[in-house]
Design a protein around this ligand. Structure first.
Ligand code: COA
Length: 260
């Protein structure tokens, strides 16, 4: 598939999706959101893709937010639709993907950019990264899940402060908050993401899929995460990966998971 606003490249089990609008600091317009949906969907279905890395093009920004020029004249109905469509197409979609998604935050991750990073299963950042939810400075609130995922990741008080001040935190503060798992130099960011992806790929993709479902269940309204865990745990016993993993352990060899 060819894209106008993003790049997607698959190599050694890793699909790297790069948002490619550096002149607009990779701001998410409607077309980019649709292309990201398509690229994530395609990667998730691709048997060669074991891990997805999402990052931004250029040295300045991961994503500087939703494209303000596109919604500045929206009314109430259009505003609601913008958030609903975006959440369904991209943010919820990424969070619930069965393939692990790592956000490699290479610069500004603001508004929809931080919301996209927070939809990924976890985040790493370069030391020049800056993160924030500046929406209230524009007279609006985060609409792509930011009011929900930021408190989940950093706690209510820190999230409230970030949202209310519309301020930015730097990479080290994000690390301290638990918003990102690792901080490194810009040059080392993608190699680090690939190194972590390599560790993930050694494990059973079927079990990882089940683990994503179980962990995410904790954050879904009306869903009992413990029950989801029991169900997913049980299902693993019927997989070829489980037979291979346990047999390999008992035979003191490395598992070669069929991914089934
Ligand atoms: N939507 C649309 N365009 C954006 C954008 C966004 N969220 N963020 C940056 N851009 C555009 C700028 O309009 C500018 O385009 P132009 O050259 O055609 O005028 C270009 O990207 C470069 O941005 P600029 O503001 O000149 O860079 P800077 O280094 O001075 O400032 C930021 C960087 C990130 C601090 C600043 O761009 C900014 O505050 N962006 C908006 C962040 C935001 O509020 N996001 C939440 C949206 S809900």
């Amino acid at each position: 598939m060819s894209y106008q606003n993003i790049l997607s490249n698959t190599d050694n089990g890793i699909t790297t999706i790069t948002i490619n609008r550096p002149s607009k600091l990779n701001a998410l317009n409607k077309a980019t959101i649709q292309e990201l949906h398509d690229a994530f969907n395609e990667a998730n279905k691709n048997k060669d893709t074991k891990v997805i890395i999402i990052t931004g093009c250029g040295e300045k920004a991961f994503v500087a937010g939703a494209d303000i020029s596109e919604f500045a004249d929206f009314d109430v109905k259009q505003g609601k639709k913008l958030a609903a469509n975006g959440q369904e197409l991209l943010f919820d979609f990424v969070e619930n993907l069965s393939t692990p998604v790592i956000a490699a935050v290479n610069g500004f991750a603001l508004g929809g950019g931080l919301e996209l990073a927070m939809s990924a299963h976890f985040r790493i950042a370069s030391d020049n990264a800056k993160m924030g939810l500046p929406e209230v400075s524009l007279g609006v609130i985060p609409g792509y899940g930011g009011t929900q995922r930021l408190p989940q990741l950093v706690g209510k008080g820190r999230a409230m402060e970030m949202v209310m001040t519309a301020g930015m935190i730097d990479a080290n503060q994000a690390l301290d908050y638990g918003l990102v798992n690792h901080v490194t130099t810009q040059e080392e960011l993608i190699p680090l993401a690939e190194k972590i992806a390599g560790k993930i790929m050694r494990n059973s993709s079927v079990a990882i899929k089940a683990a994503i479902k179980a962990v995410n269940a904790n954050y879904k309204d009306g869903v009992d995460g413990f029950k989801t865990e029991i169900k997913q745990f049980g299902k693993c016993f019927g997989t070829e990966d489980f037979k291979e993993g346990t047999t390999a352990f008992l035979e003191k060899r490395k598992a070669a998971f069929p991914g089934k």
